[in-house]
Design a protein around this ligand. Structure first.
Ligand SMILES: Cc1cc2nc3c(=O)[nH]c(=O)nc-3n(C[C@H](O)[C@H](O)[C@H](O)COP(=O)(O)OP(=O)(O)OC[C@H]3O[C@@H](n4cnc5c(N)ncnc54)[C@H](O)[C@@H]3O)c2cc1C
Length: 177
């Protein structure tokens, strides 16, 4: 049996661990768009220089050997050829499969707010690339609005504080959407 796991974050990595525990003899291929593994939960520490990129990693250094998995890093799955049972990859190659575990996460939701999509200087806060773009844009900014006061919004606000944006006036507004 040959499994292809798409996505190497919390779900994909744990998927590999479970597959290996349940199927000692299976072939497992892990396909991840990202080359590096990082925890989104501590991205705000990265923003403030509290942790380096390496310190965001939450996977065993010997993951590939330990779980006997072939890891294709830095290539995205671009499609499934269901007739040939093949996962198509962004490097032009393909990986044949018996079963696919899709663990590709989600993406930032932009609420239906007029002008939001067209505006400049609007960022989601999900990926390390988002954090890096935000850090660059925020470096010289004095007025920053965090839209969304849930877990990620508060994490992002904490990131700005870690960056030294502590003279900002944090104004909590709710119920005006
Ligand atoms: C800022 C922030 C803070 C958070 N804080 C917490 C917290 O404190 N506690 C908590 O429990 N949760 C927290 N979460 C939520 C947690 O990070 C997610 O629940 C978790 O990352 C989901 O894991 P996942 O593996 O499903 O998806 P993701 O982490 O999104 O990973 C999906 C992976 O799939 C890869 N991928 C996507 N498309 C493709 C493709 N086509 N081909 C190949 N690979 C692909 C991506 O590159 C990525 O590596 C936070 C999230 C954010 C954004």
């Amino acid at each position: 049996m040959r499994y292809v796991v798409i996505g190497a974050s919390a779900a994909g990595l744990n998927g590999v661990r479970q597959l290996r525990a349940l199927q000692p003899d299976a072939e497992i291929v892990l396909v991840s768009k990202d080359k590096d593994i990082y925890s989104r939960c501590i991205l705000h520490h990265y923003m403030g220089g509290i942790r380096t990129k390496k310190e965001l990693m939450f996977v065993e250094e010997d993951f590939e050997d330990r779980y006997r998995v072939e890891w294709r890093r830095g290539v995205a799955c671009t499609g499934l050829d269901i007739r040939r049972k093949q996962v198509c990859l962004s490097d032009g190659g393909g990986v044949s499969y018996d079963k696919v575990l899709l663990a590709a996460g989600s993406c930032t939701f932009l609420p239906p707010v007029e002008g939001l999509r067209e505006a400049k200087g609007v960022y989601g806060f999900r990926n390390i690339e988002d954090a890096e773009a935000i850090m660059e844009a925020a470096a010289g900014a004095s007025h920053i609005v965090v839209m969304g006061g849930g877990l990620t919004g508060l994490d992002c606000a904490a990131g700005f504080l870690h960056m030294g944006k502590n003279r900002l006036w944090w104004k909590w507004r709710s119920g005006f959407w």
